[in-house]
Write a protein that binds this ligand. Structure first.
Ligand code: GTP
Ligand code: SPV
Ligand code: MN
Length: 586
């Protein structure tokens, strides 16, 4: 497939280590892909769903001990520990290569090693980057073919003398939890993942490359890799403005990226275009604005909660060419189901573990982190700019998380550095997207806690530095769709209605909307957000926009503790912002 010596030598070395029976290059052709599907079906790795109702759709089940990212087993292996920082797990590169080398040794014996050349971004474009993943899993191959631009054209576009590709090695091995490792060697452009077969652990183009390795490269090269959706909002005059938003895992990026405007807004001509739902690569354009592109080619979205009301676009996207992972298998219709799809759970069905499932048992049928892997081109609201290698110009950056009480529905930061501060103090209740306890508040700066490929203090400093290079800075905001009442119910209706908040945000970017200054930043008054056609009282809006100083004083203590934990590379600019906030709250 290639004459690139760096590629060939590396594959030879990895094959010597893992000892596969065969090596197969993935070319991206429909013939090869179909043959792989057939093979996976024959071994039970995939189930073919009803091809009339769900053309080209398949179901996969992971091992029951392998259902989410494993943050405690994720390592950044820089030669100096301080470069990985206090927040990341660290291992010395030599030690890690030796340790994982033992786990990879002969791990592919009797199996095929697939070589997947893939591009993050438009193949051959200036801002795209190439990766090669070696894997023993057809499931990984089929997912990578959806999630990235993969195959022959990628390796053809790689120069013979280019050694800068990202080298990913993955083996399922024994799926042994105790020996599961997701390791990154940013100084070597290398990722090693062993003993898992689940999503973010093994689709190495996604979190491992496009966030952890890319954030490291971005700092060196002067750009940013962020855990952000990108969406365009078209107004009735046909003008489109773009927003990026960083929310932690399972906190609403896919939903927001594909939102359908409330009826009244649709009638007026508002439209939302999805550019990306998870990752944004961002750089300063020649025009002095910030430009964002989505390096992925598909969506690895959370299934539960996705339905015709909450996210019709996502649901439509999954109606063809989709791989479902860990959802319910409806045996009556040979289709899929998950909690929150509709009110008719199938009677004759298997749960995500493949066991007979009684929908009245009270036990969940789909895993809370069950997912769909679907093609971006199948999304009804995919942006016409999706394949533009330049990306799109950004008007606003939005941060947000799940906070039952503290954060108001929306607020605007005062300026870039204050906005970086707002991102750095993000916190959210944990979800099922990572293994561990769910619902615990944890600090998750810029939604990058598990994804920054280097020291978090340096990462903050990089944000501050980027601000100096952007002539026309986007404005920075914070949102919270998840405030709850005393009974624990969400107060804000969310989903499509979130457009109302985004429109206030865009109006603020053009000085067209009102706000009041508070201790934490600019907040809309209830009347500043258009609630036309929404059954929500002024008092409820006022409640959603309340900033409780007592709670926030407590919050600043948590922020100080967190900064101390991040360590001595937290920039002085952010401590200055923290002091301002503390003073404002006195
Ligand atoms: P990752 O793919 O893990 O990065 O997640 P994500 O940020 O894309 O989250 P996603 O959009 O898949 O949403 C996850 C969960 O949040 C789903 O159960 C949604 O139903 C729920 N959710 C999304 N938006 C809203 C909202 O506006 N309000 C409420 N109450 N729930 C929401
Ligand atoms: C996330 O957890 O943020 C995801 C899913 O987008 S995974 O690819 O598994 O990381
Ligand atoms: Mn994500």
């Amino acid at each position: 497939m290639t004459n690139n010596k760096y590629v060939l030598n590396w594959i030879e070395e990895m094959a010597a280590l893992t000892n596969p029976d065969r090596i197969v290059w993935i070319d991206g052709s429909e013939e090869q892909t179909e043959a792989l599907r057939k093979e996976a079906i024959s071994t039970g790795e995939l189930f073919k769903l009803d091809q009339e109702k769900l053309p080209n759709c398949y179901l996969h089940r992971t091992a029951i001990n392998d259902v989410a990212r494993v943050e405690h087993r994720t390592f950044i292996c820089t030669s100096k520990k301080e470069d990985a920082g206090n927040i990341n797990n660290w291992m010395a590169p030599d030690e890690c290569y030796a340790k994982l080398g033992k786990l990879f040794k002969n791990s592919m014996k009797g199996q095929t090693m697939y070589v997947i050349p893939y591009s993050m971004g438009i193949v051959g474009s200036e801002f795209a980057k190439t990766g090669i993943e070696l894997t023993d899993s057809i499931y990984v191959v089929l997912n990578m073919l959806i999630m990235t631009r993969a195959g022959k054209e990628v390796i053809d576009a790689l120069d013979e003398n280019d050694s800068g590709f990202v080298k990913g090695l993955h083996a399922r091995a024994d799926l042994d939890e105790e020996n599961r490792y997701i390791c990154h060697f940013p100084e070597d452009n290398t990722i090693w993942s062993v003993n898992s077969g689940y999503g973010g652990n093994v689709l190495l183009g996604k979190k491992c490359f496009a966030l952890r390795i890319a954030s490291y490269l971005g700092r060196q090269e002067g750009w940013m890799a962020e855990h952000m959706l990108i969406l365009g909002i078209e107004n009735p005059q046909g003008e489109v403005k773009y927003i990026t938003a960083a929310f932690p895992s399972a906190c609403g990026k896919t939903n927001l990226a594909m939102l359908i405007p409330p009826e009244g807004f649709r009638a007026k001509g508002y439209k939302v275009w999805c550019v990306g739902d998870d990752i944004a690569w961002i750089r300063v354009g020649q025009d002095g604005r910030l430009w964002a592109m989505n390096p992925e080619n598909g969506f690895f979205g959370v299934a539960p909660g996705t339905n015709v009301k909450s996210n019709p676009n996502a649901l439509a996207t999954t109606m063809r060419d989709t791989i479902f992972t860990n959802v319910v298998h409806n045996l009556e219709t040979n289709t899929v189901w998950w909690e929150g799809l509709d009110k008719n759970p199938p009677k004759n069905a298997l749960n995500w573990k493949g066991e007979k499932w009684d929908c009245e048992s009270g036990e969940k049928g789909a895993h809370p982190n069950s997912r769909f892997t679907a093609s971006a081109v199948n999304c009804p609201c995919i942006s016409p700019e999706f394949n533009n290698p330049q990306g799109v110009p950004i008007s606003a950056i939005v941060f947000g998380g799940r906070r039952a009480k503290t954060a108001p529905l929306v607020y605007q930061s005062r300026d870039w550095n204050n906005g970086v501060f707002v991102g750095s103090i993000m916190a959210s209740e944990t979800t099922a997207a990572a293994s561990g306890a769910v619902g615990v508040v944890r600090r998750d700066p810029m939604a990058m806690l598990p994804f920054a490929g280097y020291d978090m203090g340096d990462y903050f400093a990089h944000w501050i530095e980027m601000g100096k290079k952007i002539e026309n800075k986007p404005k920075i905001f914070n949102v919270n769709w998840f405030r709850t009442d005393d009974e624990g119910h969400f107060i804000w209706p969310g989903f499509g209605e979130n457009l109302r908040v985004l429109l206030w945000i865009l109006d603020r970017c053009e000085d067209k909307a009102g706000a009041v200054e508070t201790a934490i930043g600019y907040l809309p008054r209830p009347e500043d957000i258009n609630t036309e056609g929404l059954d929500i009282s002024r008092e409820t809006m006022a409640g959603l926009l309340e900033v409780d100083k007592e709670i926030w004083r407590e919050e600043t203590k948590g922020i100080r503790e967190f900064y101390a934990k991040v360590g001595d590379r937290v920039p002085a600019e952010l401590y200055a912002e923290l002091e301002k906030l503390e003073n404002n709250l006195k």
